[in-house]
Design a protein around this ligand. Structure first.
Ligand SMILES: Cc1ncc(COP(=O)(O)O)c(C=O)c1O
Ligand SMILES: [Zn+2]
Length: 486
C-alpha cells in the first residue's frame, strides 16, 4: 500500500503518445515485488442474476449458467465495489495494473491476470491456467484512418494472441475456475464443452490441453475455416462435427450439459465475460487511462460487446476514469438480428436464420447474450450498424493495402466505422477503436477467394493476383513496367 503510494504517474503528451509504440508493458525487474503486493482487504466475487428485478446471488463454485427465477436469466459475475474502493485508491489500482502487465511474474504478467482482483479474486494462483494472454497491440491505423476521414483510428489487435482470437481472454478465466473446482473437489466436472463458430473451440481446446482437462467441441460442419478446425484437432479435443449451423450446435450442447457432467464454456457462462472485459481495461491503460470516444465491436452472440462495456464501466464506477465510451455493435448484414431490432426502435427482438457470411464466426441468428448487449448499448448511448459482404471484403482489402491483414470480422467493424463517419455520427477528430477480434491468417480461404474474384456478392475491386512468369529477367522487368513507372 505504502509502496504503491510512492509510484509516480507519468503522463505523456498526446503527441508523444501517438508517436510512441502502442505497447507500454515492459516492467523493470525491481518492480516485480511491487507487482505481487496483494490488496489489503479480501475481495471476492459472485454470480448475480442478470434480471435486475431478481438480483439473486450464487457462489462461483456452483455449476450454474442461469438463475432459477421465472426469467431463467443469465448470470453476471459481480464484485463488491465498496471493498475494491476501500482496498486501494483509483491511482493505486491504475499503478498496480500498469506495473504487472507484461512482467514474467506468475500469473500477473498476463493481460487478464494483471487485473486478478477485479476478475477472479479468490482463485489460488497455482490453479490458474494461463498462457500469458492479452497485452495485445493497440495499433494507430494512421494512414488508413486518413482515407476514412479520421485522425485517430486505432485497432485493438485481440487476434494477436495465443489461439489468434479474443477468446483466449475469457477462456483463461473459465478454464482456471474449472481447474480450481476440480482441484478443490467443489464440483464433479468430467470435461469442458462448447458449441463454436471456430474461435471459442480453438481457445477452449488449447486451455484445456494446457490444464490436462478433457475437452469437447461441437462444430457446424463445413461452416468454419480449415485453420479453426485444425486447432482443436491438434490440441487433442473431441471434435463433434454436426450437420447444422451454430445456433443448432448451441442447442445441442445445452441439452448435453443438462444430462452429463460436462461444463459449458460458451459465453452464456459469465466467467468468460470476466476475462474478456480485461481488453477494455487494457485499452484504457494503453491510452494512459484516457477514455476513447467510440469502441466498435464486431458481434455475433453478443457476449463481447457486454464484456467491453463492463470493463469500461467498472473503471468508471471505481473512479479510474471519468466516462464510458460510446459502444458500437457491428453486425454482418447476413446475420443481423440486433441491427434489425435497433433499426426498428427496439420495438421487438426476433431471432433470425443467419445466412452464410465471410465473417463466419459471427453467423449467429439467435444470440444468447441479447439482454446483455441491449443493457450495454442503453448505458453507453450505443449504436448498432451493419455491413454487407461486399462492404466487408472491400474495406478489408483497402485496410490490408495500408499494412494490415484483417480478418473479415474486423472488416465488419471497419465498414461500420466508414458508414458512421460518412453519416457524420463519428467526427473527424474522434478517437475510434475498432476491436480486431481474430487474426486474418485464420481466414485465408475467403481472402484468397477475394483476390481470385470468386466470392459471391462481392466485387473484387482491389484484387491483387500473383504474376506467373518465365525464368527470365527481361520478363520480370516487362511485367514490372506494366505496374509501376521504371
Ligand atoms: C472472430 C470473432 N469475431 C467476433 C465474434 C463475436 O463475439 P460475440 O459472439 O461475443 O458477439 C466471434 C465469436 O463469436 C469471433 O470468433
Ligand atoms: Zn433471477
Amino acid at each position: 500500500m505504502e509502496l504503491l503510494g510512492r509510484l509516480t504517474w507519468v503522463r505523456r503528451s498526446p503527441r508523444a503518445r501517438l508517436g510512441a509504440p502502442a505497447r507500454q508493458f515492459s516492467t523493470p525487474r525491481l518492480d516485480l515485488a511491487l507487482a505481487k503486493t496483494p490488496p489489503p482487504a479480501s475481495l471476492d466475487a459472485n454470480f448475480t442474476c442478470f434480471n435486475q428485478n431478481c438480483g439473486k446471488t450464487f457462489s462461483l463454485g456452483e455449476v450454474r449458467y442461469r438463475c432459477a427465477c421465472e426469467k431463467n436469466a443469465l448470470l453476471d459475475v459481480t464484485h463488491d465495489y465498496e471493498k475494491i474502493k476501500q482496498a486501494m485508491s483509483p491511482s493505486d489500482w491504475r499503478a498496480l495494473f500498469d506495473r504487472r502487465a507484461g512482467s514474467t511474474l506468475w500469473p500477473y504478467g498476463s493481460g487478464v491476470w494483471s487485473k486478478k482482483e477485479w476478475i477472479l479474486p479468490h482463485i489460488d494462483n497455482e490453479n490458474i491456467v494461463s498462457m500469458f494472454e492479452g497485452n495485445s497491440n493497440l495499433f494507430w491505423a494512421e494512414r488508413f484512418g486518413k482515407t476514412l476521414g479520421l485522425s485517430e483510428l486505432w485497432i485493438k489487435q485481440c487476434g494477436l494472441s495465443h489461439t489468434a482470437s479474443f477468446k483466449d481472454l475469457g477462456m483463461t478465466v473459465l478454464v482456471s475456475q474449472v481447474n480450481h473446482m476440480r482441484k478443490t473437489g467443489q464440483a464433479e466436472i468430467a470435461a469442458v464443452g462448447c458449441a463454436s463458430t471456430g474461435d471459442t473451440s480453438a481457445a477452449l481446446a488449447a486451455y484445456c490441453a494446457a490444464a490436462g482437462i478433457p475437452c469437447i467441441v461441437v462444430l457446424p460442419r463445413g461452416k468454419i475455416t480449415t485453420a479453426q478446425l485444425l486447432q482443436p484437432i491438434a490440441n487433442g479435443a473431441i471434435v463433434l462435427n454436426i450437420d447444422t449451423d451454430f445456433d443448432g450446435c448451441m442447442k445441442l450442447i445445452q441439452e448435453i450439459v443438462g444430462e452429463v457432467p460436462i461444463y459449458l464454456a460458451n459465453s452464456l457462462n459469465s466467467l468468460r465475460i470476466e476475462g474478456q472485459k480485461s481488453a477494455a481495461l487494457e485499452i484504457l491503460q494503453q491510452f494512459d487511462w484516457e477514455v476513447p470516444d467510440w469502441v466498435v465491436v464486431p458481434s455475433g452472440n453478443l457476449g463481447n460487446i457486454y464484456a467491453f462495456w463492463k470493463g469500461f464501466n467498472m473503471a468508471f464506477e471505481l473512479g479510474l476514469v471519468n466516462k464510458v465510451p460510446r459502444m458500437v455493435v457491428a453486425q454482418a448484414h447476413n446475420a443481423n438480428p440486433l441491427y434489425r431490432a435497433y433499426r426498428d426502435g427496439w420495438t421487438n427482438f426476433a431471432p433470425i436464420k443467419a445466412e452464410a457470411t465471410v465473417a463466419s464466426a459471427i453467423q449467429i441468428g439467435d444470440p444468447v447474450s441479447i439482454d446483455r448487449a441491449i443493457y450495454a448499448l442503453n448505458r453507453s448511448d450505443g449504436i448498432v450498424e451493419e455491413a454487407n459482404e461486399d462492404e466487408i471484403m472491400d474495406i478489408s482489402a483497402r485496410a490490408d493495402m495500408t499494412g494490415m491483414f484483417t480478418c473479415p470480422h474486423t472488416g465488419v467493424g471497419l465498414a461500420v466505422v466508414e458508414k458512421l463517419r460518412q453519416k457524420g455520427t463519428i467526427d473527424r477528430d474522434d478517437r475510434v477503436i475498432v476491436v480486431s477480434t481474430a487474426h486474418g491468417l485464420k481466414f485465408t480461404q475467403s481472402k484468397v477467394a477475394y483476390h481470385e474474384g470468386k466470392l459471391k456478392d462481392v466485387i473484387s475491386k482491389h484484387a491483387n493476383q500473383p504474376i506467373n512468369l518465365p525464368d527470365k529477367s527481361s520478363a520480370l522487368i516487362d511485367a514490372l513496367r506494366t505496374r509501376i513507372k521504371l
